[in-house]
Ligand binder design. Structure first.
Ligand SMILES: [Zn+2]
Length: 93
């Protein structure tokens, strides 16, 4: 999927439309000691019946998240592209 490198989008801190630079959001390194990860690990112990978090269905495509940086105030906004896309986001010049 193709997406422009620069778009005119609304900036809440400028309270106006400004030019934004667009980048794909990157997922950070997972923290093994985060509260949710510890709770999930606890739920997997023992002889549980149904286990939450075990995937049975593989979803097609990925939800693409973009990070837009305002060219005026340099603040960042996030935007999720519609539904799921099967191909990676490419940024046109
Ligand atoms: Zn701004």
């Amino acid at each position: 999927m193709k997406f422009p490198k620069e778009i005119n989008a609304f900036c809440p801190s400028c309270n106006a439309h400004q030019k934004h630079k667009v980048k794909a959001a990157s997922k950070g390194r997972p923290r093994t000691l985060a509260a949710g990860n510890r709770a999930h690990k606890r739920s997997l112990t023992g002889h549980g019946s149904k286990r939450a978090g075990e995937k049975t269905v593989r979803k097609q495509g990925k939800r693409q998240k973009l990070v837009m940086t305002c060219s005026k105030c340099k603040k960042k906004q996030e935007r999720v592209l519609r539904g799921r896309t099967t191909k990676k986001v490419e940024f046109k010049t």
